[in-house]
Write a protein that binds this ligand. Structure first.
Ligand code: ADP
Length: 253
């Protein structure tokens, strides 16, 4: 099992219960989508799974490693491509990857080889000595993906990778992540774009109000709600107000 979440509760000091007993299992090799409106608890779940936030109760295991009790092993198994473009503008593309590898304890020679390989895979070789701030939007997104993969994580978490991204770049990113998945990396994608989830994911879970409200293949979900499409199933669960934001062509506010 790549990710095994059991009865996860996360209460923030403000009193907000962002996750209210979430259980979720993602098999090794799966491409899994977590869909839900703003405030549903997606980021909180990712933060708990990557050790950035501490669960109030419940357990999370990444390839068998408990994220609290066995945090360093669990962290090694996960790569996170965050929603924000959180690159260090003063590093070059190559340094960005190299420093990340160093943070994960990769020896120098391995870092050098892996950096070369990833720059090549993400068509960034000609930009390797450019500072990240000078890269185009698409290159920045590719570099963030490459950085998440630097330490060869077996589980890649993509947090809204295409929010506010134009159609062309979105398709390009989809190609990259599909290839990564085909090569064996398990993927957890959060998105509020239904079309994205439908095209990419083997299985999808809907999260709303800190709870998983439905789970299955796109067809399962439609069948469960007696509707024709994933979009209609989402409507049943999350409501009409959210739908306009969830449509792929529109840019999130
Ligand atoms: P999503 O990623 O699905 O938009 P979040 O996990 O960011 O949802 O938020 C879930 C709930 O937890 C929201 O009500 C949000 O306001 C609250 N929340 C998120 N982060 C914090 C925090 N650091 N402190 C207090 N409340 C938070």
């Amino acid at each position: 099992m790549a990710l095994e979440i059991t009865d996860l509760v996360k209460r923030y000091p403000t009193g907000t219960e962002a996750l209210r007993g979430v259980s979720l299992e993602i098999e090794a090799g799966e491409f899994f989508g977590l869909l839900g409106p703003n405030g549903a608890g997606k980021s909180t779940l990712i933060h708990c799974a990557t050790g950035l936030a501490r669960p109030s109760s419940g357990t999370i295991r990444v390839f068998g490693h408990d994220v609290v009790a066995d945090g360093s092993e669990a962290r090694l198994a996960v790569g996170l491509a965050p929603q924000d473009v959180n690159l260090d503008w003063f590093l070059t593309a190559a340094e960005t990857l190299d420093y990340h590898g160093g943070y994960f304890g990769m020896p120098r020679r391995q870092r050098r080889e892996r950096t070369k390989e990833l720059l090549d895979a993400f068509s960034l070789t000609s930009k390797k000595d450019e500072r990240t701030r000078t890269l185009s939007g698409g290159m920045k997104r590719r570099l963030i993906l490459a950085r998440a993969l630097m330490h060869r994580p077996r589980l890649l978490i993509l947090d809204e990778p295409t929010a506010g991204v134009d159609v062309e770049l979105r398709l390009e990113l989809w190609q990259y992540v599909q290839r990564i998945n085909a090569e064996g990396t398990t993927i957890l994608l959060t998105t509020h774009y239904l079309e994205e989830a439908e095209q990419l994911c083997d299985r999808i879970a809907f999260i709303n109000g800190g709870q998983i409200v439905a789970e299955g293949t796109s067809q399962d979900l439609a069948a469960e709600f007696g509707v024709a499409s994933l979009e209609d199933a989402y409507l049943e669960l999350v409501g009409r107000n959210e739908l306009s934001r969830a449509r792929i062509g529109e840019v999130a506010p």
